[in-house]
Design a protein around this ligand. Structure first.
Ligand SMILES: *Cc1c(COP(=O)(O)O)cnc(C)c1O
Length: 444
């Protein structure tokens, strides 16, 4: 059997003890793969944009909120899209300069807005109330931070409702097609010389490329209308968001950045004319294919005639897959105790996690070589929104995350991206310092 790089990385991770009886689950990131995706993103846009066009690719930090990953991407020329004070702190810890950072939350506090404006971070305003706050801030302390308005083009949803941000009633942005909204947006931009950007992010996963393109088209048409009325380039930059879907059913990378940009280029040629600077906010498509969760099979059993593998990867690391399995199915690869790919006839079996609720299954009735205790499972394509979306159920600790790259001696070198959470950290996080707090309150 020929081993893939992934198989060999699994073997090396087990041989080096990153996953074992004491640390039964970890995340692994393929560093060369991440670099490759970053380079593909940059070259796809570089190929289609007019020379001299300013393009900022800002990685959506929520997809992999890990400082070393942000710094790796920065090395590849990629900035950060942040949506909370925590994400901004991570981007700053990674050394991302303000001019490569974009702030996009729908519920920014006054303090967050003040900090962003003071730092010169690009801010995309979500709604009319937030715009009034910025008006007051700009009047008292003018800022040169780029400021944009998030627009909901209301072009409809994709196949996953919870991921569709451009439905009629989406909570994000100013709804472009509501009565009077378009006129309000045009006026808002004409009245404010500092409001120079428009932003749309129409969905994450499950959106057909054609629909994403339609959203960008609506954004572009709006910018053209504003600039025509302004008699010059008032809107100078378009932030087209992220949302490129990822293929979770095989190793193929499809669609590619190049396919999306080529489609955009034919549907919205003016976007690439050089008259607009561009910002993108891809998350999942940069990381998903380059990560896996590797977990030990603790026990194998039968129930109702069905084999069940009890593993250490469940809802705590694969939250969306466990709670919404129809929307977020993932591939599972089976390895033996030494990390060799399991062979043998596929048997439909459940791959269960360690959490104490019945639905804690990452795959149900999945045909795989029969798993036994001491084997391992790898949850594939989990580089985005898995390590960063930990679910603290059952006080299960956040697992360690390690980056890997081929080493000169033919094996793999690993670097710690995040240390496994310790039980001391976990108890502290759960109020250990306040152990007596309720007792003394009750005694009053
Ligand atoms: C989540 C999000 C993204 C990233 O979406 P992906 O599907 O991961 O590419 C980009 N922009 C905004 C505003 C988001 O909320």
């Amino acid at each position: 059997m020929t081993l893939t790089d992934r198989d060999r990385a699994v073997q090396a991770a087990l041989a080096q003890g990153l996953v074992g009886p004491r640390q039964p689950v970890a995340g692994l990131l393929d560093i060369a793969g991440i670099r490759r995706s970053a380079a593909e993103l940059r070259s796809a846009f570089a190929e289609f944009t007019a020379p001299g066009t300013q393009v900022l690719h800002a990685f959506a930090v929520k997809a992999a909120s890990l400082v070393p990953v942000l710094r790796l991407l920065a090395q590849e020329g990629i900035g950060c899209e942040v949506a909370s004070p925590g994400e901004l702190a991570l981007a700053r810890a990674a050394g991302i300069p303000a001019r490569h950072t974009v702030l996009d939350s729908p519920a920014k506090t006054l303090a967050e807005l003040r900090e962003a404006l003071a730092l010169g971070i690009a801010v995309n305003v979500d709604n009319h109330e937030e715009l009034s706050r910025i008006d007051r801030m700009m009047a008292s302390a003018p800022s040169t931070a780029p400021i944009g308005l998030r627009v909901n083009p209301q072009i409809g949803g994709g196949s996953i409702g919870a991921m569709s941000t451009a439905t009629d009633t989406s909570k994000f942005g100013v709804p472009l097609r509501d009565p009077g909204a378009r006129e309000w947006i045009v006026r808002a931009c004409l009245d404010r010389p500092w409001l120079t950007r428009l932003h749309a992010h129409v969905g994450s996963q499950g959106m057909p490329l054609e629909r994403m393109t339609e959203g960008v088209r609506a954004l572009y048409d709006l910018a053209e209308e504003i600039n025509e009325q302004a008699g010059g380039p008032r809107i100078t930059t378009l932030d087209i968001g992220g949302g490129l879907p990822v293929n979770f059913s095989s190793d193929a990378v499809t669609p590619t950045y190049r396919e999306y940009v080529a489609l955009l280029r034919s549907a919205v040629p003016g976007l690439f004319s050089g008259r607009y600077g561009l910002v993108t906010e891809f998350g999942r498509s940069l990381l998903a294919k380059h990560g896996m969760v590797l977990a030990r099979v603790e026990y194998a059993k039968w129930a109702g005639g069905r084999p069940i593998a009890l593993t250490h990867a469940g809802a705590q690391v694969a939250t969306r897959t466990v709670f919404a399995p129809a929307s977020w199915p993932i591939r599972v690869a089976a390895y033996d105790d030494a990390g060799r790919p399991k062979t043998g006839a596929p048997v439909p079996q459940d791959i269960a996690g360690p959490c104490c609720f019945a639905g804690d299954l990452v795959a149900e009735n999945r045909p795989l070589p029969r798993l036994e205790s001491g084997d391992h499972v790898a949850l594939l394509d989990t580089g985005a929104y898995y390590f960063s979306t930990h679910f603290a159920y059952n006080s299960l600790p956040r697992p360690g995350v390690y980056g890997y790259a081929p080493a000169p001696d033919g094996t793999f070198a690993f670097a710690t991206v995040r240390t496994p959470q310790t039980l001391e950290e976990l108890t502290a996080e759960s109020g250990a310092d306040h152990a007596n707090a309720l007792r003394s309150l009750a005694l009053g």
